[in-house]
Design a protein around this ligand. Structure first.
Ligand code: PLP
Length: 457
């Protein structure tokens, strides 16, 4: 962390570079640790993209902090596997406690807390997993309901009729979940504010029902990957309650900002959600992996995931939760430790200050873009992400993005918004400051000048 700024943000290696530097077979005899570490610098570091570099502005942040690293190290050192309460009681209990802490910090309705009775939260490995498990649980639920309505029809005869929904701006992992779950997925249009609205969902579900399909799952997004836009949770919730559809909210990045009260209006209507997920490993200084999933009714999740062999049972099952039933893997790391370390080390106010600082710096970058007549801002700047482009054809911005990344000083990735090719400038580093923004803008501006002087480069 102290000297990371001396390195290039993105590596210059070509595919297969490492094979030329390392032996083809494993060493027969043990090697000394100093030699291994020397090889880390010689062979591994040249192939690292530095996500913690102050000039890394691609994707979304990859959470990292001193207490989080220590929490992960302690988890690895303890080395327990917390699949059931009995397999390591502290692992399950700290997970439930930290999930309730976070749920309260983010202003989630009480129904999502362990303390509430029916709901609760669990740490998963990724937002993709949260979406897949909720889609599978919703599928199970929808098929079971139909089976009980007409016991003569086999459960899976309804499978081809199931249809899930998301917006065209949802993350690709929703499409993947639909693919893995063998269900149709409709990607619906967003409005002028890049938001999925209730009337669009309503029209789609009515149309599908007329054709004999069964709408069963919606994945809405708070903070889309391309441009950090927000679906209208309140409107979607009303449709889903009426139509008995599982409504999941994927708030992988922007959900972290809910710890600041000024953003909690974004989950207005959250009492109608079935589940909600958010990744502190993106924007709350917690190292990957740490994706939080809350459900309003834990039985709706666990009833689709429970198998219970004798060797996993224990005598306290009636009074405890066994987190192996809340997701796909049996084995689970003690991930709550790093979350607990981070919340305690920064306190809620420290974490709020970090989020607010990123948003303030994004606004500063937006001002630079707006003050330069060659550029335009492509979407409202809501959080720590600015989408911008050169005025003119997409090919110009595409070239600009390529030239910026080739220069190696900065790293950014593009996205498509309403067919416009845009560059995403994401605030990522924990200690990002005004100088980093100025540095980035000067570099971008200079590259744009070269490009506009010779557009054929
Ligand atoms: N959802 C959103 C809105 C995202 O931005 C991302 C990744 O950036 C994902 C889901 C996928 O996250 P994960 O890598 O945790 O599966």
């Amino acid at each position: 962390m102290e000297n990371i700024h001396n390195r290039r943000v993105i590596p210059e290696v070509e595919p297969g570079y490492l094979k030329q530097l390392l032996p083809d077979t494993a060493p027969e005899m043990s090697e000394c640790f100093d030699d291994i570490m020397k090889d880390v610098e010689r062979t591994i570091m040249p192939g690292i993209t530095h996500w913690q570099h102050p000039h890394f502005h691609a994707y979304f942040p990859s959470g990292n902090s001193y207490p989080s690293i220590l929490g992960d190290m302690l988890s690895d050192a303890i080395g327990c596997i917390g699949f059931s309460w009995a397999s390591s009681p502290a692992c399950t209990e700290l997970e439930a406690i930290t999930m309730d802490w976070l749920g309260k910090m983010m202003g989630l309705p009480n129904i999502f807390l362990h303390g509430s009775g029916e709901g609760g939260g669990v740490i998963q490995g990724s937002a993709s997993e949260c979406i897949l498990v909720t889609l599978l649980a919703a599928r199970h639920h929808a098929l079971q309901e139909r089976e009980s309505m007409s016991p003569l029809i086999r459960n899976d005869s309804n499978l081809p009729k199931l249809v899930a929904y998301c917006s065209k701006l949802s993350h690709s992992c929703v499409e993947k979940a639909g693919m893995l779950g063998f269900v149709h997925l409709r990607q619906l249009d967003v409005d002028d504010n890049l938001s999925l609205r209730g009337n669009v969902l309503e029209a789609a579900t009515q149309e599908d029902k007329k054709l004999g399909f069964i709408p069963f799952y919606v994945c809405a997004t708070l903070g889309t990957t391309a441009c950090c836009s927000f679906d209208n949770i309140a409107e979607l919730g009303e449709v889903c309650v009426r139509e008995n559809i599982w409504l999941h909210v994927d708030a992988a990045y922007a959900g972290n900002a809910l710890i600041c009260p000024e953003f909690q209006h974004l989950i207005k209507g959250a009492e109608n959600l079935t589940s909600f997920s958010c990744n502190p490993n993106k924007w709350m200084l917690v190292n990957f992996d740490c994706s939080l999933l809350w459900v309003r009714d834990r039985l709706m999740l666990t009833s689709s995931m429970t198998v219970d062999p004798l060797y996993l049972q224990h005598k306290h099952e009636d009074q405890t939760i066994d987190l192996r039933h809340w997701g796909i893997p049996l084995s689970r790391r003690f991930r709550a430790l790093k979350l607990w370390f981070v919340i305690r080390s920064y306190g809620v106010t420290g974490l709020q200050a970090y989020i607010r600082k990123h948003i303030k710096l994004a606004k500063l970058f937006e001002t630079y873009v707006k003050n330069d007549a060659r550029f335009e801002v492509s979407a409202p700047v809501n959080m720590g992400l600015v989408c911008f482009r050169l005025k003119g054809p997409n090919s110009l911005t595409k070239k600009l993005n390529r030239l910026i990344n080739e220069a190696g000083q900065l790293h950014m990735v593009p996205a498509l918004i309403n067919k416009n090719y845009v560059i995403r400038f994401a605030l990522c580093a924990e200690n990002a400051n005004e100088n980093d923004i100025e540095f980035a803008w000067k570099a971008i501006s200079a590259i744009a000048s070269t490009l506009l002087a010779r557009p054929s480069v």
